[in-house]
Write a new protein. Structure first.
Length: 139
């Protein structure tokens, strides 16, 4: 189980780095790389990361018993889980729309949501992967 946690932590970190790179540097290479195609490919990896984060944060939240956790652990576990839940709702709502729209593309509102989804994804994947790695190293 610890090996699986470390592998998932590494995968989530790599996906977060790829999304961060694409988010920051895509304005510099619009003529050489099809940015929309790159985001379409990354969205499949983001979907995997969101699902893993939702499961991992839920298991962490559920694993904390009322008597054995500190207030800090309780707050972190709940914040991480609900952030993952919000991210999952926003991402899948927007991604499914992106998959089904035709040539006209997404509406302005949907495009604005990507400005919230991507940074939240990067931050959450960083914290979840760090937590998974730390938990795997403890036992």
């Amino acid at each position: 189980m610890n090996a699986l946690k470390k592998v998932l932590a590494l995968i989530l970190s790599l996906i977060a780095i790829a999304v961060l790179f694409q988010l920051l540097f895509s304005p510099f290479y619009p003529d050489t790389v099809d940015i929309n195609w790159t985001w379409n490919v990354l969205n499949w990896f983001i979907a995997f990361g969101v699902a893993v984060a939702l499961i991992a944060t839920y298991l962490n939240k559920r694993g904390l018993s009322a008597g054995s956790s500190t207030g800090r652990e309780y707050i972190f576990a709940n914040t991480a889980f609900y952030a993952a839940a919000v991210l999952a709702i926003w991402f899948f709502w927007n991604w499914f729309d992106d998959l089904t729209v035709g040539e006209e593309g997404q509406s302005e509102l949907r495009l604005i949501f990507w400005s919230y989804i991507n940074p939240l994804f990067i931050i959450l994947m960083g914290t979840v992967s760090a937590r998974l790695w730390r938990d795997a190293s403890r036992t």
